[in-house]
Design a protein. Structure first.
Lengths: 322, 291, 259
């Protein structure tokens, strides 16, 4: 682990919005968030809609101002505009100047970093290639599909080779191929030693990509840690996949719990019941296709977290980092 | 899709009907919605110069429509000129136009020489270096008010202006000496004819000059008729007799070419068909406008 | 363009061009052509006067419309459409962004005005007036119009930082009209013997930008020279007021939470 300051250091960040007709009441959309992300990490920021993810990102980018708390990126406070040279940002539902083409847009944004004209041109071409927009580079953005806009957004976030990249819902609007490409880009960035901080709903992506994740709910941090450690809190079970045969039928209790999955059946049992279940299946002449441990997903953890009553918040769970 | 041009055609026809009816009414009432020059100036939001041109153009058209039509009245001429010159005090043509046509009577003017003086004085206040305005003021004093003193003063003031023409001090002197004579009047109107760029004004000056010539001719011919009577004991019965007597060289015609008519009392008058009109000078001049 | 503001300014200009704003030049050209052709026929003895009056007034009005309608959207549109999000994540300060947007619109107005002035010159040429030295006052009048437009743009920009386009348009227009009548407002206050009214109207006079200073259309139309003192006074006045407005805009915008 490097001994540098964290790439992202958030301390007690809080954001209140005035609501109501007279703007007297306050709604707390982010409550005392404290978090650190090390350089070189891919960090996932998870939570349902309204959890405060976009609020956090907007605070970090200086688009809105905190009610309390501080944050720094690469050791410099978030109001240091010069620090923006080292960061890239993809906003949620990006909207760009629709009268520009992708190439013009990237060229425009690249001008805020000081490149020579030739250098800039090369970078633009390179990043267009990277996100797969070379063919439509000279079409006006107003004619772009959502997926293409998303790619243009990623392009402008990385064109200046920033050290830390912030992505708000980078996969949204993309088809599976597009999502795969974005995943590859993110992994690529990590290989280059960059830090990626992204928020998402798609938990399987978070599981696959992230070194660590944080879960936000109703403005509060609920859990931080590597995906595996977060989900390892729960009891494991086993999943049996089988095809029915002719013979004695399963016991009623087991038969109830078997779910048909396209011609086959799936049966989840506790570890303790495994062998008795297998015996029963053998008696039915069922054909066992697979037996695998059932790992609860981030999704399960997530759904359980969200279903919990808001009045009974759990203490944020701090799992150790890898 | 065909409906669109058809509808436009209908609108066009309808509008021409509306306009025709409005035309007839407009002649009867004279409409000028806003009369206050100060209000209009405020509303012009700084574009008063352009608006002045608009009102000035309107004034000219207004006059042109009514000129020489029977029973013409020019009630709106003053307000239009008032507005134009308030919006642009340097609109010189308007002062000149007003000087002539506000003061003219009959069906060629508004018959308000007092307003004309007011207008021209305003023009002089805003444009003190324009000799033409002084000349116009002098003309008004001379012709419409028979006020030779003020006329002379105006000519003198105009002569002091940088590019004032040489005849102005001469005219000033004439006013003092021979104010009221036909000669002087002819000089005044000649100056107007020569120095005006406005076609209508030049025509009016020319007509007046012809009228003045006819007036002079009549006086001369009356004189000759008296001489004839003194010689022959009776008035001549025709110009031919006067010619035979050596008093005339030929049969006299007026400036438009119509022969004069010799009356039984020896007085010459114009042929009734002649377009020449001897300008009338009011027996009692109107009161001078108060400042 | 190496400054952040410069980059934004050039892009703002590009946006105006792509939005076909410059097409208003076509209408202006048609207007001047029509005027040049008609003026000889309907007005009497005042060809030059009408063309210059019409041309300068049109330059002023077209410019005003452009300055207000584009100006009130300069910041508002970017906040609404959220194009500002990715932009402010770049190393550009908020005030640099404001100055850039402002400069871009003023640049657009300047180029637009330049083309219109050429059109005006062409119309004058057509009606047969050779150019004389006194025509320099036309150029000065155009310069004053441009100063006024720059000032109006700054006002519109200020409102754009926190108010919707419709309200901003009303406010900006209101201030412009008040600025034209500023002298009258003060005179009116002086006429009422009420000291409070006098104080209030005097305050209005000095607070509101006095746009009547910048109106030399009549002088240019009559070919009168415009005193040099007025030229540098107006320039200084406009500059000071514009800087004031940009500073105020910056103060408002720097505190603003983007939604």
């Amino acid at each position: 682990m490097s001994s540098h300051s964290p790439a992202i250091d958030i301390q007690g960040l809080t954001k209140d919005y005035p609501v109501g007709f007279w703007r007297k009441r306050m709604r707390r959309s982010l409550d005392n968030l404290s978090l650190q992300v090390q350089e070189g990490e891919i960090f996932g920021f998870l939570g349902p809609n309204g959890a405060g993810k976009t609020t956090t990102l907007k605070l970090l980018m200086g688009l809105i101002f905190p009610t309390r708390g501080t944050a720094s990126i690469l050791g410099r406070p978030i109001d240091d505009v010069a620090m923006h040279r080292e960061i890239g940002y993809l906003p949620e539902q990006p909207y760009f100047y629709d009268y520009l083409t992708a190439r013009e847009l990237l060229d425009y944004y690249a001008r805020f970093s000081r490149y020579s004209t030739a250098d800039r041109r090369t970078r633009v071409a390179r990043v267009l290639e990277r996100v797969g927009l070379t063919a439509s580079a000279d079409v006006q953005l107003r004619k772009y599909s959502k997926g293409m806009l998303q790619r243009a957004g990623i392009a402008q976030a990385i064109i200046h080779d920033p050290r830390v990249i912030f992505l708000d819902e980078p996969m949204s609007g993309l088809d599976p191929i597009g999502r795969r490409e974005v995943r590859d880009i993110i992994l690529d960035l990590k290989m280059q030693g960059r830090t990626v901080f992204f928020s998402t709903h798609i938990l399987s992506d978070a599981e696959m990509l992230c070194d660590r994740v944080a879960v936000l709910h109703l403005g509060k941090l609920r859990g931080v840690g590597a995906p595996s450690t977060i989900v390892s809190m729960d009891e494991q079970g086993m999943e049996i996949l089988f095809e029915p045969g002719e013979g004695r039928s399963l016991s009623a209790s087991l038969a109830q719990r078997a779910t048909p999955v396209g011609g086959r059946y799936r049966l989840d049992v506790r570890e303790a019941e495994l062998y008795s279940a297998l015996d029963q299946l053998r008696d039915c002449n069922a054909r066992i296709l697979s037996v695998a441990p059932l790992r609860p997903t981030l999704e399960d953890y997530f759904m359980r977290l969200v279903e919990r009553q808001p009045e009974q918040p759990t203490a944020p769970v701090e799992a150790s980092t890898r | 899709m065909m409906a669109i041009p058809v509808l436009f055609a209908l609108l066009f026809v309808l509008q021409t009907r509306i306009d025709a009816r409005a035309q007839a009414e407009a002649q009867a009432q004279e409409e000028l919605m806003l009369r206050s020059p100060a209000a209009i100036e405020k509303m012009s939001l700084g574009y008063n110069s352009l608006l002045a041109d608009v009102y000035w153009t309107r004034a000219v058209q207004y006059y042109g429509e009514r000129f020489a039509t029977p029973h013409a009245t020019f009630g709106l001429l003053w307000p239009l000129l008032d507005i134009s010159t308030t919006l642009d005090p340097k609109l010189l043509p308007a002062y000149h136009f007003g000087a002539i046509f506000l003061s003219q009577s009959g069906n060629s003017g508004a018959d308000r020489p007092d307003l004309a003086v007011k207008l021209v004085k305003r023009g002089i206040a805003a444009n003190p270096k324009r000799w033409g305005l002084y000349a116009d003021l002098a003309f008004l004093y001379y012709w419409h008010f028979q006020d030779y003193k003020d006329a002379a003063a105006a000519y003198l003031a105009g002569s002091k202006v940088a590019d004032g023409p040489a005849w102005m001090p001469i005219m000033a002197a004439r006013m003092e000496q021979k104010g009221g004579s036909i000669d002087t009047s002819r000089l005044v109107w000649s100056q107007i004819y020569e120095s005006s760029a406005n076609e209508k004004i030049r025509k009016m000056a020319l007509d007046t000059l012809k009228g003045l010539k006819a007036e002079e001719d009549e006086a001369d011919l009356n004189n000759l008729a008296d001489q004839y009577r003194q010689r022959f004991g009776r008035f001549p019965s025709s110009f031919a007799e006067m010619r035979d007597a050596g008093l005339l060289r030929g049969i006299p015609v007026d400036p438009e070419g119509y022969p004069y008519v010799l009356g039984a009392d020896g007085k010459t008058s114009l042929d009734p068909h002649s377009p020449v009109v001897i300008p009338e000078v009011p027996k009692t001049p109107p009161p001078l406008p108060k400042d | 363009m190496s400054t952040m503001s410069g980059v934004v300014a050039v892009n703002t200009f590009r946006e105006a061009v792509r939005d076909r704003v410059l097409y208003n030049l076509v209408f202006f050209a048609l207007l001047m052509i029509g005027a040049a052709i008609l003026v000889g026929q309907i007005s009497i003895g005042i060809d030059r006067l009408v063309i210059v009056n019409l041309g300068l007034s049109a330059i002023s009005i077209f410019g005003l419309v452009m300055a207000i309608f584009i100006g009130v959207g300069l910041v508002y549109k970017e906040m609404e459409k959220r194009t500002l999000y990715s932009l402010l994540a770049k190393p550009i300060r908020r005030w640099e962004f404001l100055v850039g947007k402002y400069a871009g619109l003023v640049l657009t107005l300047a180029i637009n005005t330049a083309f219109m002035t050429i059109g005006l010159a062409a119309a004058l040429f057509y009606v047969g007036r050779p150019f004389v030295r006194s025509d320099a006052s036309i150029l000065v009048a155009v310069y004053f119009i441009l100063l006024a437009l720059a000032l109006v743009t700054a006002i519109a920009l200020f409102f754009s930082c926190f108010s919707s386009p419709m309200l901003s348009t009303l406010f900006t227009l209101g201030i412009y009209v008040a600025g034209i009548f500023a002298g009258d407002i003060r005179n009116f206050g002086a006429l009422t013997k009420n000291p409070m009214m006098k104080g209030v109207t005097s305050a209005i006079y000095y607070l509101v930008p006095n746009f009547h200073n910048f109106n030399s259309i009549a002088a240019a139309a009559h070919g009168e020279p415009i005193p040099f003192a007025l030229i540098w006074q107006n320039t200084l006045y406009a500059l000071l007021y514009i800087v004031l407005l940009l500073v105020a805009s910056s103060a408002v915008f720097s505190q603003r939470n983007l939604k």
